[in-house]
Design a protein around this ligand. Structure first.
Ligand code: ASP
Length: 589
Protein backbone atom coordinates (compact mmCIF):
# COMPACT_ATOMS: atom_id res chain seq x y z
CA UNK A 1 0.00 0.00 0.00
CA UNK A 2 1.23 3.52 -0.71
CA UNK A 3 2.68 5.38 2.24
CA UNK A 4 1.12 8.79 2.55
CA UNK A 5 3.50 11.66 2.50
CA UNK A 6 3.59 12.45 6.21
CA UNK A 7 3.65 16.19 5.56
CA UNK A 8 4.90 18.71 8.02
CA UNK A 9 4.93 17.97 11.76
CA UNK A 10 3.33 21.07 13.25
CA UNK A 11 5.03 23.36 15.76
CA UNK A 12 4.01 22.08 19.17
CA UNK A 13 1.90 24.37 21.35
CA UNK A 14 -0.22 24.26 24.46
CA UNK A 15 0.39 21.33 26.78
CA UNK A 16 3.10 19.64 24.69
CA UNK A 17 6.71 20.51 23.98
CA UNK A 18 7.10 17.98 21.15
CA UNK A 19 5.15 15.77 18.83
CA UNK A 20 6.14 12.12 19.18
CA UNK A 21 7.24 11.85 15.53
CA UNK A 22 10.02 14.41 16.14
CA UNK A 23 11.55 12.57 19.15
CA UNK A 24 14.18 10.56 17.21
CA UNK A 25 15.80 13.87 16.24
CA UNK A 26 16.25 15.27 19.74
CA UNK A 27 19.23 14.50 22.00
CA UNK A 28 18.92 12.06 24.86
CA UNK A 29 18.63 13.71 28.23
CA UNK A 30 16.30 16.42 26.95
CA UNK A 31 13.09 17.05 28.91
CA UNK A 32 9.84 16.71 26.98
CA UNK A 33 6.11 17.10 27.58
CA UNK A 34 4.06 14.82 25.33
CA UNK A 35 0.30 14.54 24.85
CA UNK A 36 -1.74 11.79 23.24
CA UNK A 37 -3.53 8.54 23.94
CA UNK A 38 -2.40 5.47 25.82
CA UNK A 39 -2.12 2.76 23.19
CA UNK A 40 -0.86 -0.13 25.35
CA UNK A 41 -0.01 -0.75 28.99
CA UNK A 42 2.42 -3.51 30.06
CA UNK A 43 2.94 -4.02 33.76
CA UNK A 44 6.28 -5.48 34.79
CA UNK A 45 5.96 -6.10 38.52
CA UNK A 46 5.03 -3.59 41.22
CA UNK A 47 7.19 -0.68 40.20
CA UNK A 48 7.60 -0.79 36.48
CA UNK A 49 4.96 -0.05 33.88
CA UNK A 50 5.56 0.42 30.13
CA UNK A 51 3.07 2.75 28.52
CA UNK A 52 2.95 3.33 24.74
CA UNK A 53 1.81 6.88 24.12
CA UNK A 54 0.46 7.71 20.65
CA UNK A 55 -0.28 10.94 18.84
CA UNK A 56 -0.97 11.30 15.12
CA UNK A 57 2.75 11.53 14.35
CA UNK A 58 3.89 8.35 16.07
CA UNK A 59 4.10 6.25 19.20
CA UNK A 60 6.75 6.09 21.92
CA UNK A 61 7.45 3.83 24.88
CA UNK A 62 7.23 5.58 28.27
CA UNK A 63 8.69 3.96 31.36
CA UNK A 64 6.71 4.66 34.53
CA UNK A 65 8.46 3.70 37.79
CA UNK A 66 5.38 3.31 39.92
CA UNK A 67 2.10 1.54 39.66
CA UNK A 68 -0.86 3.56 38.33
CA UNK A 69 -4.39 2.76 37.23
CA UNK A 70 -4.16 3.20 33.50
CA UNK A 71 -6.71 2.39 30.86
CA UNK A 72 -6.02 2.21 27.15
CA UNK A 73 -7.15 5.10 25.00
CA UNK A 74 -7.24 7.52 27.91
CA UNK A 75 -6.00 10.99 26.88
CA UNK A 76 -2.78 11.63 28.76
CA UNK A 77 0.10 14.04 29.25
CA UNK A 78 3.55 12.72 30.03
CA UNK A 79 6.59 14.68 31.17
CA UNK A 80 10.05 13.12 31.39
CA UNK A 81 13.42 12.83 29.70
CA UNK A 82 14.40 11.10 26.48
CA UNK A 83 16.65 8.10 27.07
CA UNK A 84 18.26 5.36 24.93
CA UNK A 85 16.64 1.97 25.33
CA UNK A 86 18.91 -0.64 26.96
CA UNK A 87 20.75 -2.66 24.27
CA UNK A 88 18.68 -5.61 23.06
CA UNK A 89 15.34 -3.99 23.90
CA UNK A 90 15.09 -1.77 20.80
CA UNK A 91 12.08 -2.14 18.51
CA UNK A 92 13.22 -1.85 14.87
CA UNK A 93 9.58 -1.61 13.68
CA UNK A 94 9.00 1.72 15.37
CA UNK A 95 10.70 4.98 14.26
CA UNK A 96 11.11 5.78 17.97
CA UNK A 97 12.15 2.19 18.69
CA UNK A 98 15.63 3.01 19.98
CA UNK A 99 14.48 5.49 22.62
CA UNK A 100 12.07 5.66 25.54
CA UNK A 101 10.81 8.34 27.90
CA UNK A 102 11.77 8.13 31.60
CA UNK A 103 8.53 9.49 33.01
CA UNK A 104 8.42 12.04 35.83
CA UNK A 105 4.68 12.76 35.65
CA UNK A 106 1.82 11.03 33.90
CA UNK A 107 -1.48 12.90 34.00
CA UNK A 108 -4.73 11.41 32.78
CA UNK A 109 -6.53 14.32 31.11
CA UNK A 110 -9.45 12.29 29.80
CA UNK A 111 -10.11 8.88 31.32
CA UNK A 112 -11.35 6.13 29.00
CA UNK A 113 -14.07 3.55 29.56
CA UNK A 114 -13.45 -0.02 28.31
CA UNK A 115 -13.26 0.14 24.53
CA UNK A 116 -16.17 -1.09 22.40
CA UNK A 117 -13.83 -2.09 19.53
CA UNK A 118 -10.13 -2.90 19.06
CA UNK A 119 -8.13 -0.09 17.47
CA UNK A 120 -5.20 -2.01 16.00
CA UNK A 121 -4.97 -1.42 12.24
CA UNK A 122 -4.77 -5.10 11.45
CA UNK A 123 -7.91 -6.18 13.36
CA UNK A 124 -11.06 -6.81 11.29
CA UNK A 125 -14.05 -4.97 12.69
CA UNK A 126 -17.43 -4.89 10.94
CA UNK A 127 -18.57 -1.72 9.20
CA UNK A 128 -21.46 -0.99 11.56
CA UNK A 129 -19.29 -1.13 14.69
CA UNK A 130 -16.59 1.01 13.11
CA UNK A 131 -19.09 3.69 12.13
CA UNK A 132 -20.99 3.50 15.44
CA UNK A 133 -17.74 4.41 17.21
CA UNK A 134 -16.24 6.40 14.35
CA UNK A 135 -14.41 8.87 16.61
CA UNK A 136 -12.46 5.93 18.02
CA UNK A 137 -12.07 4.22 14.66
CA UNK A 138 -10.56 7.46 13.30
CA UNK A 139 -7.86 7.40 15.97
CA UNK A 140 -6.24 4.43 14.25
CA UNK A 141 -2.98 5.38 12.47
CA UNK A 142 -4.33 4.21 9.11
CA UNK A 143 -7.36 6.49 9.38
CA UNK A 144 -5.25 9.40 10.61
CA UNK A 145 -3.02 8.88 7.61
CA UNK A 146 -6.04 8.82 5.28
CA UNK A 147 -7.64 11.99 6.65
CA UNK A 148 -4.36 13.83 6.45
CA UNK A 149 -3.64 12.56 2.92
CA UNK A 150 -7.05 13.81 1.90
CA UNK A 151 -6.31 17.23 3.35
CA UNK A 152 -2.99 17.24 1.47
CA UNK A 153 -4.85 16.43 -1.77
CA UNK A 154 -7.36 19.24 -1.20
CA UNK A 155 -4.54 21.68 -0.51
CA UNK A 156 -2.59 20.54 -3.61
CA UNK A 157 -5.71 20.82 -5.78
CA UNK A 158 -6.45 24.31 -4.49
CA UNK A 159 -2.88 25.36 -5.18
CA UNK A 160 -2.92 23.83 -8.66
CA UNK A 161 -6.15 25.61 -9.54
CA UNK A 162 -5.10 28.96 -8.05
CA UNK A 163 -1.79 28.92 -9.92
CA UNK A 164 -3.70 28.28 -13.14
CA UNK A 165 -5.79 31.40 -12.55
CA UNK A 166 -8.98 29.72 -11.33
CA UNK A 167 -11.19 31.49 -8.80
CA UNK A 168 -12.95 29.61 -6.02
CA UNK A 169 -16.63 30.43 -5.90
CA UNK A 170 -19.08 28.75 -3.52
CA UNK A 171 -22.41 27.83 -5.07
CA UNK A 172 -25.64 27.22 -3.11
CA UNK A 173 -26.61 24.00 -1.36
CA UNK A 174 -30.26 25.04 -1.37
CA UNK A 175 -30.86 24.93 -5.09
CA UNK A 176 -33.19 23.81 -7.84
CA UNK A 177 -33.16 20.41 -9.62
CA UNK A 178 -30.05 19.74 -11.75
CA UNK A 179 -30.47 16.93 -14.25
CA UNK A 180 -27.43 14.66 -13.70
CA UNK A 181 -29.46 11.48 -13.85
CA UNK A 182 -29.91 10.79 -10.13
CA UNK A 183 -32.75 11.34 -7.69
CA UNK A 184 -32.36 14.46 -5.58
CA UNK A 185 -32.68 15.20 -1.89
CA UNK A 186 -35.41 17.72 -1.21
CA UNK A 187 -35.59 20.32 1.54
CA UNK A 188 -39.02 21.72 2.40
CA UNK A 189 -39.33 25.48 2.61
CA UNK A 190 -40.88 26.69 5.87
CA UNK A 191 -41.58 30.17 4.55
CA UNK A 192 -43.26 28.82 1.43
CA UNK A 193 -45.06 25.67 2.58
CA UNK A 194 -45.41 23.09 -0.19
CA UNK A 195 -42.31 24.36 -2.02
CA UNK A 196 -38.96 22.57 -1.94
CA UNK A 197 -35.31 23.23 -2.58
CA UNK A 198 -33.15 20.51 -4.14
CA UNK A 199 -29.72 19.72 -2.80
CA UNK A 200 -27.39 19.94 -5.81
CA UNK A 201 -26.27 16.76 -7.58
CA UNK A 202 -23.43 18.97 -8.76
CA UNK A 203 -22.89 22.69 -9.27
CA UNK A 204 -23.37 22.14 -13.03
CA UNK A 205 -25.93 24.85 -13.77
CA UNK A 206 -24.49 27.28 -11.22
CA UNK A 207 -21.03 27.06 -12.77
CA UNK A 208 -22.42 27.62 -16.26
CA UNK A 209 -24.21 30.72 -14.97
CA UNK A 210 -20.87 31.85 -13.51
CA UNK A 211 -19.39 31.68 -17.01
CA UNK A 212 -22.17 33.90 -18.31
CA UNK A 213 -21.42 36.12 -15.29
CA UNK A 214 -17.87 36.66 -16.57
CA UNK A 215 -16.00 34.65 -13.90
CA UNK A 216 -13.87 33.16 -16.74
CA UNK A 217 -12.19 30.39 -14.67
CA UNK A 218 -14.13 28.90 -11.76
CA UNK A 219 -13.37 26.05 -9.40
CA UNK A 220 -14.76 24.68 -6.18
CA UNK A 221 -14.17 21.72 -3.90
CA UNK A 222 -17.84 20.96 -4.04
CA UNK A 223 -20.08 18.64 -2.06
CA UNK A 224 -22.53 16.83 -4.36
CA UNK A 225 -25.64 15.04 -3.11
CA UNK A 226 -27.43 12.24 -4.91
CA UNK A 227 -30.22 10.10 -3.50
CA UNK A 228 -29.08 6.92 -5.22
CA UNK A 229 -29.13 3.32 -4.06
CA UNK A 230 -25.91 2.81 -2.16
CA UNK A 231 -24.93 -0.52 -3.67
CA UNK A 232 -21.27 -0.85 -4.53
CA UNK A 233 -19.04 1.78 -3.04
CA UNK A 234 -21.23 4.87 -3.16
CA UNK A 235 -22.20 7.54 -0.67
CA UNK A 236 -25.16 9.95 -0.79
CA UNK A 237 -22.73 12.82 -0.51
CA UNK A 238 -19.37 12.98 -2.17
CA UNK A 239 -16.83 15.66 -2.99
CA UNK A 240 -15.68 16.79 -6.40
CA UNK A 241 -13.11 19.17 -7.71
CA UNK A 242 -15.48 21.07 -9.96
CA UNK A 243 -14.26 23.54 -12.58
CA UNK A 244 -15.36 25.49 -15.62
CA UNK A 245 -13.67 27.91 -18.00
CA UNK A 246 -14.77 30.25 -20.80
CA UNK A 247 -13.39 30.79 -24.31
CA UNK A 248 -11.40 27.55 -24.14
CA UNK A 249 -11.15 24.26 -26.03
CA UNK A 250 -11.49 20.82 -24.50
CA UNK A 251 -7.70 20.46 -24.76
CA UNK A 252 -7.30 23.44 -22.44
CA UNK A 253 -9.71 21.96 -19.90
CA UNK A 254 -7.96 18.59 -20.01
CA UNK A 255 -4.56 20.22 -19.53
CA UNK A 256 -5.80 22.08 -16.45
CA UNK A 257 -7.28 18.90 -14.95
CA UNK A 258 -4.16 16.82 -15.75
CA UNK A 259 -2.06 19.40 -13.93
CA UNK A 260 -4.31 19.20 -10.84
CA UNK A 261 -4.23 15.38 -10.85
CA UNK A 262 -0.45 15.36 -11.08
CA UNK A 263 -0.29 17.72 -8.10
CA UNK A 264 -2.53 15.35 -6.10
CA UNK A 265 -0.37 12.32 -6.96
CA UNK A 266 2.73 14.20 -5.82
CA UNK A 267 1.04 15.26 -2.58
CA UNK A 268 0.21 11.68 -1.56
CA UNK A 269 2.78 9.48 -3.29
CA UNK A 270 5.68 11.90 -3.28
CA UNK A 271 6.51 11.06 -6.90
CA UNK A 272 5.44 12.21 -10.33
CA UNK A 273 2.32 10.73 -11.94
CA UNK A 274 2.84 8.72 -15.12
CA UNK A 275 2.04 10.68 -18.30
CA UNK A 276 -1.72 11.02 -18.82
CA UNK A 277 -2.62 9.52 -22.21
CA UNK A 278 -5.75 9.67 -24.33
CA UNK A 279 -7.94 7.16 -26.20
CA UNK A 280 -11.31 7.50 -27.89
CA UNK A 281 -14.45 5.90 -26.49
CA UNK A 282 -14.58 3.60 -29.51
CA UNK A 283 -11.03 2.39 -28.95
CA UNK A 284 -11.71 1.84 -25.23
CA UNK A 285 -14.73 -0.29 -26.03
CA UNK A 286 -13.09 -2.21 -28.89
CA UNK A 287 -9.89 -3.05 -26.99
CA UNK A 288 -11.06 -3.42 -23.40
CA UNK A 289 -14.87 -3.62 -23.60
CA UNK A 290 -15.35 -0.73 -21.21
CA UNK A 291 -15.52 3.06 -21.25
CA UNK A 292 -13.41 3.02 -18.09
CA UNK A 293 -10.99 0.20 -18.82
CA UNK A 294 -8.54 -1.20 -16.33
CA UNK A 295 -5.48 -1.39 -18.58
CA UNK A 296 -3.10 -2.58 -15.88
CA UNK A 297 -3.39 -6.10 -17.27
CA UNK A 298 -3.54 -7.45 -20.82
CA UNK A 299 -6.31 -9.64 -22.23
CA UNK A 300 -7.32 -7.13 -24.89
CA UNK A 301 -10.42 -7.95 -26.93
CA UNK A 302 -10.06 -8.96 -30.56
CA UNK A 303 -12.34 -7.88 -33.40
CA UNK A 304 -13.50 -11.00 -35.27
CA UNK A 305 -16.22 -9.26 -37.29
CA UNK A 306 -14.17 -9.38 -40.50
CA UNK A 307 -13.17 -13.03 -40.02
CA UNK A 308 -16.76 -14.09 -39.40
CA UNK A 309 -18.39 -11.89 -42.05
CA UNK A 310 -20.17 -14.04 -44.65
CA UNK A 311 -19.35 -17.18 -42.66
CA UNK A 312 -23.02 -18.05 -42.52
CA UNK A 313 -22.61 -19.28 -38.94
CA UNK A 314 -25.75 -18.13 -37.13
CA UNK A 315 -24.24 -18.08 -33.65
CA UNK A 316 -21.48 -15.80 -34.88
CA UNK A 317 -23.21 -13.51 -37.31
CA UNK A 318 -24.10 -10.10 -35.99
CA UNK A 319 -22.96 -6.54 -36.67
CA UNK A 320 -19.97 -7.11 -34.39
CA UNK A 321 -18.08 -10.15 -33.14
CA UNK A 322 -15.67 -9.68 -30.25
CA UNK A 323 -13.32 -12.27 -28.81
CA UNK A 324 -11.28 -12.66 -25.64
CA UNK A 325 -8.40 -15.10 -25.15
CA UNK A 326 -8.14 -16.65 -21.70
CA UNK A 327 -4.76 -18.08 -20.81
CA UNK A 328 -6.04 -21.46 -19.58
CA UNK A 329 -8.06 -24.42 -20.83
CA UNK A 330 -11.35 -23.54 -19.11
CA UNK A 331 -13.38 -26.55 -17.98
CA UNK A 332 -16.84 -27.33 -19.34
CA UNK A 333 -18.52 -26.34 -16.08
CA UNK A 334 -16.58 -23.05 -15.92
CA UNK A 335 -17.59 -22.35 -19.53
CA UNK A 336 -21.22 -23.07 -18.66
CA UNK A 337 -20.99 -20.59 -15.79
CA UNK A 338 -19.43 -17.97 -18.06
CA UNK A 339 -22.17 -18.52 -20.64
CA UNK A 340 -24.79 -17.93 -17.93
CA UNK A 341 -22.95 -14.84 -16.81
CA UNK A 342 -22.78 -13.53 -20.40
CA UNK A 343 -26.54 -14.06 -20.78
CA UNK A 344 -27.18 -12.19 -17.55
CA UNK A 345 -25.29 -9.29 -19.11
CA UNK A 346 -27.80 -9.15 -21.94
CA UNK A 347 -26.41 -11.20 -24.85
CA UNK A 348 -27.84 -14.35 -26.42
CA UNK A 349 -24.89 -16.58 -25.71
CA UNK A 350 -21.18 -17.14 -25.54
CA UNK A 351 -19.21 -19.10 -28.15
CA UNK A 352 -15.99 -20.81 -27.10
CA UNK A 353 -13.05 -22.57 -28.72
CA UNK A 354 -10.54 -24.43 -26.61
CA UNK A 355 -7.09 -25.00 -28.09
CA UNK A 356 -5.64 -28.35 -27.01
CA UNK A 357 -2.84 -28.03 -24.45
CA UNK A 358 -0.42 -30.12 -26.48
CA UNK A 359 -1.60 -29.80 -30.06
CA UNK A 360 -2.34 -26.18 -31.12
CA UNK A 361 -4.14 -27.46 -34.21
CA UNK A 362 -6.69 -29.45 -32.21
CA UNK A 363 -9.58 -27.23 -31.17
CA UNK A 364 -12.70 -28.27 -29.28
CA UNK A 365 -15.95 -26.32 -29.38
CA UNK A 366 -19.65 -27.13 -29.63
CA UNK A 367 -19.62 -25.03 -32.82
CA UNK A 368 -17.27 -27.39 -34.72
CA UNK A 369 -20.35 -29.00 -36.24
CA UNK A 370 -21.26 -25.78 -38.04
CA UNK A 371 -18.00 -23.84 -38.38
CA UNK A 372 -15.79 -25.14 -41.20
CA UNK A 373 -12.25 -26.21 -40.27
CA UNK A 374 -10.45 -23.43 -42.19
CA UNK A 375 -12.60 -20.84 -40.49
CA UNK A 376 -11.73 -22.25 -37.06
CA UNK A 377 -8.06 -22.12 -38.00
CA UNK A 378 -8.31 -18.52 -39.19
CA UNK A 379 -10.28 -17.55 -36.08
CA UNK A 380 -7.61 -19.08 -33.83
CA UNK A 381 -4.89 -17.34 -35.88
CA UNK A 382 -6.64 -13.93 -35.74
CA UNK A 383 -6.89 -14.29 -31.97
CA UNK A 384 -3.27 -15.42 -31.73
CA UNK A 385 -4.48 -18.20 -29.40
CA UNK A 386 -1.86 -20.74 -28.31
CA UNK A 387 -1.98 -24.28 -27.00
CA UNK A 388 -3.91 -24.51 -23.73
CA UNK A 389 -5.81 -21.25 -24.23
CA UNK A 390 -9.56 -20.69 -24.59
CA UNK A 391 -11.22 -18.20 -26.92
CA UNK A 392 -14.52 -16.66 -25.80
CA UNK A 393 -16.59 -14.87 -28.43
CA UNK A 394 -19.79 -12.81 -28.44
CA UNK A 395 -21.72 -11.71 -31.52
CA UNK A 396 -24.10 -8.78 -31.04
CA UNK A 397 -24.16 -4.99 -31.46
CA UNK A 398 -20.77 -3.31 -30.98
CA UNK A 399 -21.64 -2.06 -27.49
CA UNK A 400 -23.26 -5.28 -26.23
CA UNK A 401 -20.60 -7.61 -27.64
CA UNK A 402 -17.65 -5.59 -26.36
CA UNK A 403 -19.11 -4.64 -22.97
CA UNK A 404 -20.10 -8.25 -22.20
CA UNK A 405 -16.62 -9.54 -22.94
CA UNK A 406 -15.17 -6.50 -21.19
CA UNK A 407 -16.98 -7.53 -18.01
CA UNK A 408 -15.81 -11.15 -18.33
CA UNK A 409 -12.27 -9.86 -18.93
CA UNK A 410 -12.42 -7.97 -15.64
CA UNK A 411 -13.85 -10.90 -13.71
CA UNK A 412 -11.26 -13.32 -15.13
CA UNK A 413 -8.22 -11.06 -15.17
CA UNK A 414 -8.50 -8.23 -12.67
CA UNK A 415 -6.45 -10.09 -10.06
CA UNK A 416 -3.42 -9.64 -12.35
CA UNK A 417 -3.50 -5.82 -11.97
CA UNK A 418 -0.79 -4.51 -9.66
CA UNK A 419 -2.56 -2.33 -7.08
CA UNK A 420 0.25 0.19 -6.65
CA UNK A 421 0.53 0.89 -10.39
CA UNK A 422 -1.19 4.06 -11.61
CA UNK A 423 -2.78 4.14 -15.04
CA UNK A 424 -4.45 7.48 -15.80
CA UNK A 425 -5.87 8.50 -19.17
CA UNK A 426 -8.57 10.44 -20.97
CA UNK A 427 -11.42 8.81 -22.86
CA UNK A 428 -12.79 11.17 -25.53
CA UNK A 429 -15.52 11.30 -28.19
CA UNK A 430 -18.29 9.63 -26.19
CA UNK A 431 -21.64 9.21 -27.87
CA UNK A 432 -24.04 12.03 -26.86
CA UNK A 433 -26.77 9.57 -25.89
CA UNK A 434 -26.37 6.16 -24.30
CA UNK A 435 -29.67 4.62 -25.43
CA UNK A 436 -33.41 5.22 -25.50
CA UNK A 437 -35.81 5.33 -22.56
CA UNK A 438 -39.19 3.51 -22.44
CA UNK A 439 -40.82 6.33 -24.41
CA UNK A 440 -38.15 6.14 -27.11
CA UNK A 441 -36.45 9.37 -26.00
CA UNK A 442 -32.66 9.41 -26.00
CA UNK A 443 -30.89 9.32 -22.62
CA UNK A 444 -27.93 11.70 -22.28
CA UNK A 445 -24.67 9.84 -21.73
CA UNK A 446 -23.48 12.71 -19.52
CA UNK A 447 -26.00 15.48 -18.99
CA UNK A 448 -28.20 17.55 -21.29
CA UNK A 449 -25.81 20.51 -21.37
CA UNK A 450 -23.12 18.61 -23.30
CA UNK A 451 -22.18 20.04 -26.70
CA UNK A 452 -22.71 17.59 -29.58
CA UNK A 453 -19.84 17.03 -32.01
CA UNK A 454 -20.16 19.78 -34.60
CA UNK A 455 -20.10 17.37 -37.55
CA UNK A 456 -23.01 15.38 -36.10
CA UNK A 457 -25.53 18.18 -35.50
CA UNK A 458 -27.61 17.12 -38.50
CA UNK A 459 -28.14 13.68 -37.00
CA UNK A 460 -29.66 14.97 -33.75
CA UNK A 461 -33.33 14.45 -34.59
CA UNK A 462 -33.15 11.40 -36.87
CA UNK A 463 -30.21 9.31 -35.70
CA UNK A 464 -29.53 10.56 -32.20
CA UNK A 465 -27.65 7.43 -31.16
CA UNK A 466 -25.01 8.10 -33.81
CA UNK A 467 -24.26 11.62 -32.52
CA UNK A 468 -20.86 12.01 -30.87
CA UNK A 469 -20.37 14.51 -28.08
CA UNK A 470 -17.61 16.89 -27.10
CA UNK A 471 -17.15 15.17 -23.79
CA UNK A 472 -14.29 13.45 -22.03
CA UNK A 473 -13.84 11.22 -19.00
CA UNK A 474 -10.78 10.77 -16.87
CA UNK A 475 -10.10 7.12 -16.01
CA UNK A 476 -7.78 5.94 -13.26
CA UNK A 477 -7.06 2.26 -12.62
CA UNK A 478 -10.40 1.19 -14.07
CA UNK A 479 -12.49 3.82 -12.26
CA UNK A 480 -14.25 6.72 -13.92
CA UNK A 481 -12.68 9.44 -11.85
CA UNK A 482 -14.62 12.24 -13.48
CA UNK A 483 -16.25 13.61 -16.55
CA UNK A 484 -16.69 16.85 -18.36
CA UNK A 485 -17.55 18.42 -21.67
CA UNK A 486 -17.77 21.49 -23.76
CA UNK A 487 -21.24 22.89 -23.12
CA UNK A 488 -24.08 24.09 -25.23
CA UNK A 489 -24.07 27.88 -24.87
CA UNK A 490 -26.66 28.81 -27.47
CA UNK A 491 -30.29 29.09 -26.47
CA UNK A 492 -31.64 27.59 -29.72
CA UNK A 493 -29.43 24.49 -29.52
CA UNK A 494 -30.16 23.90 -25.83
CA UNK A 495 -33.91 24.22 -26.45
CA UNK A 496 -33.54 21.78 -29.36
CA UNK A 497 -31.77 19.23 -27.15
CA UNK A 498 -34.44 19.54 -24.45
CA UNK A 499 -37.03 18.87 -27.18
CA UNK A 500 -35.13 15.80 -28.41
CA UNK A 501 -35.02 14.53 -24.82
CA UNK A 502 -38.81 14.64 -24.79
CA UNK A 503 -39.28 17.82 -22.74
CA UNK A 504 -42.09 19.98 -24.08
CA UNK A 505 -41.15 23.66 -24.49
CA UNK A 506 -43.45 24.36 -21.57
CA UNK A 507 -41.73 21.90 -19.22
CA UNK A 508 -38.29 23.02 -20.41
CA UNK A 509 -39.29 26.62 -19.67
CA UNK A 510 -40.63 25.71 -16.23
CA UNK A 511 -37.51 23.77 -15.22
CA UNK A 512 -34.73 25.52 -17.06
CA UNK A 513 -36.26 28.77 -18.27
CA UNK A 514 -33.76 30.71 -16.16
CA UNK A 515 -30.84 29.01 -17.95
CA UNK A 516 -32.31 29.38 -21.45
CA UNK A 517 -32.94 32.99 -20.59
CA UNK A 518 -29.34 33.50 -19.44
CA UNK A 519 -28.09 32.17 -22.79
CA UNK A 520 -29.72 35.21 -24.43
CA UNK A 521 -27.24 37.62 -22.87
CA UNK A 522 -23.83 37.01 -24.37
CA UNK A 523 -23.10 33.48 -23.14
CA UNK A 524 -19.44 32.67 -23.86
CA UNK A 525 -18.44 29.26 -25.25
CA UNK A 526 -17.37 27.26 -22.21
CA UNK A 527 -16.49 23.83 -20.91
CA UNK A 528 -15.43 22.15 -17.73
CA UNK A 529 -14.93 19.08 -15.69
CA UNK A 530 -15.44 17.51 -12.27
CA UNK A 531 -13.72 14.59 -10.60
CA UNK A 532 -14.33 12.71 -7.39
CA UNK A 533 -11.86 13.51 -4.64
CA UNK A 534 -12.99 10.60 -2.42
CA UNK A 535 -12.10 8.08 -5.14
CA UNK A 536 -8.87 9.83 -6.11
CA UNK A 537 -7.62 9.74 -2.52
CA UNK A 538 -8.71 6.09 -2.10
CA UNK A 539 -6.78 5.01 -5.22
CA UNK A 540 -3.69 6.97 -4.26
CA UNK A 541 -3.71 5.40 -0.80
CA UNK A 542 -4.40 1.90 -2.11
CA UNK A 543 -7.73 1.79 -0.23
CA UNK A 544 -10.51 -0.32 -1.72
CA UNK A 545 -13.43 1.72 -0.37
CA UNK A 546 -14.05 5.46 -0.49
CA UNK A 547 -15.49 5.37 3.05
CA UNK A 548 -11.91 4.87 4.28
CA UNK A 549 -11.20 8.40 3.09
CA UNK A 550 -14.36 10.05 4.49
CA UNK A 551 -14.55 11.12 8.14
CA UNK A 552 -18.20 10.27 8.74
CA UNK A 553 -19.57 8.10 5.92
CA UNK A 554 -22.94 6.33 5.89
CA UNK A 555 -23.33 2.56 5.94
CA UNK A 556 -24.24 0.79 2.73
CA UNK A 557 -27.89 1.10 3.79
CA UNK A 558 -27.55 4.87 4.09
CA UNK A 559 -27.48 5.10 7.87
CA UNK A 560 -25.21 6.84 10.28
CA UNK A 561 -24.92 4.45 13.23
CA UNK A 562 -23.15 7.12 15.29
CA UNK A 563 -25.95 9.69 15.34
CA UNK A 564 -28.82 7.43 14.31
CA UNK A 565 -29.60 9.55 11.24
CA UNK A 566 -31.92 9.49 9.43
CA UNK A 567 -34.45 9.72 12.27
CA UNK A 568 -38.20 10.20 12.39
CA UNK A 569 -39.29 13.75 13.13
CA UNK A 570 -42.14 14.77 15.41
CA UNK A 571 -45.28 15.87 13.50
CA UNK A 572 -45.14 19.16 15.41
CA UNK A 573 -41.82 19.91 13.68
CA UNK A 574 -43.16 18.89 10.28
CA UNK A 575 -46.39 20.90 10.42
CA UNK A 576 -44.81 24.36 9.93
CA UNK A 577 -42.95 22.92 6.93
CA UNK A 578 -46.26 21.94 5.37
CA UNK A 579 -45.15 18.28 5.44
CA UNK A 580 -47.05 15.24 6.73
CA UNK A 581 -45.62 11.72 6.71
CA UNK A 582 -47.98 9.47 4.77
CA UNK A 583 -45.72 6.43 4.32
CA UNK A 584 -45.01 4.52 7.49
CA UNK A 585 -41.49 3.45 8.33
CA UNK A 586 -40.66 0.04 6.97
CA UNK A 587 -43.08 0.43 4.07
CA UNK A 588 -41.34 -0.21 0.79
CA UNK A 589 -43.78 1.35 -1.65
N1 ASP B 1 -21.39 18.10 -13.49
C1 ASP B 1 -20.72 16.96 -14.04
C2 ASP B 1 -20.73 15.81 -13.02
O1 ASP B 1 -20.97 16.03 -11.84
C3 ASP B 1 -19.31 17.23 -14.41
C4 ASP B 1 -19.18 18.22 -15.51
O2 ASP B 1 -19.75 17.99 -16.60
O3 ASP B 1 -18.48 19.22 -15.31
O4 ASP B 1 -20.46 14.68 -13.37
Amino acid sequence: MAEANPGITPQPMGLRSHYIGSLPEIPTGESVALCGWIAHVREHGEHLVFVDLRDHTGMVQCVVAHRSQLSVEAAARVTGVVDRRPPGTENPNLPTGSIEIRVSTLEILGPAAPLPLPLEDDRDVDEYTRLRWRYLDLRRPRMQRNLRARAAVNAALRRAMETQGFVEVETPLLWTPTPEGAREFLVPSRTQPGAFYSLPQSPQIAKQLLMIAGVDRYYQIARCLRDEDLRADRQFEFTQLDLEASFVTQHDVRRVVSHAIQAAVRAVRGHEAPPIGEITWREAMARWGSDKPDRRFGMELIDLSETMRDSGVRALSAPYVAALVVNEPLSRSRLDELTKRARSLGVQGLAWFRVDSTDPLAVSSPLLRVVPGELVASLVATCGARAGQTILAVADTFVRATSTLGQLRLELGRHQARPEELDIFWVTDFPLFEGLDEDGNPIPAHHPFTMPHEDDLDLLEHEPLRVRSQSYDLVMNGWELGSGSMRVHRQDLQARIFRILGLTPQIAAERFGFLLDAFRYGAPPHGGFAFGIDRLVAILLGEEAIRETIAFPKTSSGQDPLTGAPKPVDPSVLAPLGVRVAVLRGSTS
